[in-house]
Write a protein that binds this ligand. Structure first.
Ligand SMILES: [Fe+2]
Length: 171
C-alpha cells in the first residue's frame, strides 16, 4: 500500500475508533486491517533508514499511532474479549489467554510511546541520532504486533463470530 493511502486509512480508523463502535465483527476486521497496514508502513520505514524515509509519514505516524492503538485496545478489551469469554467459557485457561493478550496490549502501548518519539525525531529537520537503534526498535514492535494480530485471528475471531477461519478477510 502507498504511504499516503496508509496514512488516510489510519486517519479514518482513528475517527472510527474514537466514536461509538456498534458492530464488533466489522470493528475487529477494521482494527486488524489498519494495524496490519501500520506494521507494513513501519517496516517500510525500517527498510528505508536512514536516508530514504518519508519525513511526512514518520511525523504523522509519530502523532497518530499511539492514540489509535489505545482506542483499538480499549475496543478489544471492552467488547471483543468479553465476547470471547462468553463464547469460549469462563475457564481458567480462557482467562489466562485474555490476560496474556491484555498484557501484550500494555507492552505494545509502552513500546509505541517510545517509538512515537523516535518517529517524530525521524520526521524532524535534524538527522536521526541513532538510526540503527530506531530500526531495531521498529522491527521489534511490528513483529510483535503482527504475532498478536495473528493469534487473535486464529484463536478468537472464528469462535467469537462463528466464522470459518478461511472466511475471515485475508490480511
Ligand atoms: Fe489485541
Amino acid at each position: 500500500m502507498q504511504q499516503l493511502a496508509g496514512l488516510e486509512m489510519i486517519t479514518e480508523a482513528s475517527r472510527y475508533f474514537a466514536g461509538q463502535v456498534d458492530d464488533p465483527l466489522e470493528a475487529t476486521e477494521r482494527a486488524h486491517a489498519v494495524l496490519h497496514t501500520l506494521c507494513d508502513m513501519l517496516e517500510q520505514i525500517a527498510d528505508s533508514l536512514p536516508r530514504d524515509i518519508s519525513k511526512r509519514t514518520c511525523a504523522s505516524l509519530g502523532g497518530d499511532m499511539l492514540p489509535l492503538l489505545r482506542d483499538i485496545h480499549q475496543f478489544e478489551e471492552d467488547s471483543l474479549y468479553p465476547l470471547a469469554i462468553q463464547r469460549l467459557g469462563a475457564t481458567p485457561q480462557v482467562h489466562s489467554t485474555i490476560r496474556r493478550l491484555q498484557y501484550e496490549h500494555c507492552e505494545d502501548e509502552c513500546f509505541a510511546e517510545e517509538l512515537s518519539d523516535a518517529l517524530r525525531e525521524l520526521g524532524g529537520d535534524d538527522a536521526p541520532k541513532n538510526p540503527e537503534a530506531t530500526g531495531y526498535m521498529l522491527r521489534g514492535f511490528f513483529e510483535a504486533l503482527r504475532r498478536h494480530i495473528a493469534f487473535e485471528r486464529d484463536h478468537l475471531l472464528s469462535v467469537v463470530f462463528d466464522t470459518d477461519p478461511d472466511g475471515l478477510k485475508r490480511l
